[in-house]
Write a protein that binds this ligand. Structure first.
Ligand code: NAP
Length: 340
């Protein structure tokens, strides 16, 4: 019988600024049937973690909780009958956790949530993939259904999900328009995305100049007026896919509820669709499918079909500094936390 492991994890006991991220002692028991115990090698930081830390996340966890949707770890032991051949101690695995918990040194995870990380793929790069790329894949394939040569608009194209959309969109040979602020606009030249400075340019004017008929899909995380403007930019049969509703500071939850309602109301208009992507729900509904999709994404990364961007690596104990760097927009690319 394997022993419980004493270790440390980051916990949020009260909502607030980055300083509320506290390193705490924890114990991970021996895995229960169906579980694998994993020693975490890297966990990714996303804007969703910042929202959850502030108590502004729509799928808010009850406190105390450990943030973090993505992790890459090493299998320690497991209690899985008919385990797949790859599930052996020491092998690297990755997961997109449907209920967060990645900022930790050890975790017990259901085997269906784990995807082996192929040799040759860097651990930090692999940790940058799960949430952002699975979200982008869902936006493109499940909700957007854009075909090669068709035009799409990507709001926030240099953010975590935005970057994944641009990379997968390039791989699918989409014509892409991407919005970003001036400081990060240059990053879009890597992907053949038509850059639009959302503070200085009229987004609709730039898109309409080349695509007067409109675009087949708009991927939006802003909500509010941007959502209505995006809907007006759709070609007949096109779809506006919302995956967040950033909202006004201090009103994020209200603005999210309003955003969901607006999305539903816009969908009543004939000729164009709207949809909402919530990846944690999609993963919970079908773990094995997402396990496979993550494997496909890793294979694509190995072939250089996508190049997940790592912007910075911080020790797990410095999760607060990592959050501050993300909020100040000091880093381009995914921030990764590494246990000591
Ligand atoms: N539905 C899901 O399953 C799902 C999955 C993952 C994430 N999310 C949510 O999606 C949102 C984005 O996540 P993320 O990790 O990609 O965040 P991120 O890395 O912080 O990216 C957000 C991007 O939005 C851009 N932006 C800010 N204001 C803008 C505006 N007015 N117009 C256009 N772009 C603007 C920012 O660009 P600049 O820095 O250039 O200003 C930034 O690049 C978050 O709310 C997150 O919770 C949802």
């Amino acid at each position: 019988m394997s022993e419980p492991i004493k270790h440390r994890r980051i916990v949020v006991e009260r909502f607030g600024d980055a300083d509320v991220l506290r390193l705490a002692d924890a114990v991970t028991a021996a895995p229960r049937p169906g579980q694998t115990r994993v020693k975490v090698l890297a966990a990714a930081v996303g804007y969703t973690d910042v929202m959850a830390r502030k108590g502004e996340y729509v799928f808010q966890r009850r406190r105390p909780f450990t943030p973090g949707y993505d992790l890459v770890g090493e299998v320690v032991d497991h209690q899985v009958d008919q385990a797949p051949a790859w599930l052996v101690p020491g092998v690297r695995v990755a997961a997109c956790l449907p209920r967060m918990g990645g900022y930790t040194e050890y975790a017990n995870l259901p085997v269906q949530a784990l995807t082996p990380v192929p040799d040759g793929l860097d651990t930090s790069v692999a940790a940058a993939v799960p949430l952002d790329y699975l979200t982008a894949l869902s936006l493109l394939d499940r909700h957007g259904r854009a075909r090669p040569g068709e035009a799409v608009l990507i709001q926030g194209a240099t953010g975590g999900v935005g970057d994944a959309l641009c990379q997968l969109g390039r791989h699918r040979r989409l014509v892409m328009y991407g919005t970003a602020s001036e400081r990060s606009l240059h990053l879009l030249s890597d992907y053949d995305v038509v850059p639009i400075d959302y503070r200085r340019q009229d987004v609709a004017e730039v898109v309409r100049a080349k695509h007067p008929e409109g675009v087949v899909a708009v991927f939006d995380h802003l909500g509010g007026p941007a959502m209505r403007a995006g809907h007006r930019l759709l070609a007949p049969g096109g779809v506006l896919v919302s995956y967040a509703f950033i909202g006004r500071p201090g009103h994020v939850l209200t603005d999210t509820v309003l955003g969901v309602l607006r999305n539903r109301v816009l969908n009543l208009r004939p000729g164009r669709r709207t949809a909402i992507c919530t990846l944690p729900r999609e993963i919970t509904a079908d773990l094995p499918r997402h396990q496979r999709l993550l494997g496909d994404l890793f294979a694509l990364a190995l072939k250089d079909g996508i190049r997940p961007r790592v912007g910075g690596v911080f020790p797990l104990a410095e999760a607060a500094a990592a959050h501050r760097a993300l909020e100040r927009r000091e880093v381009h690319g995914k921030i990764i936390l590494q246990p000591a």
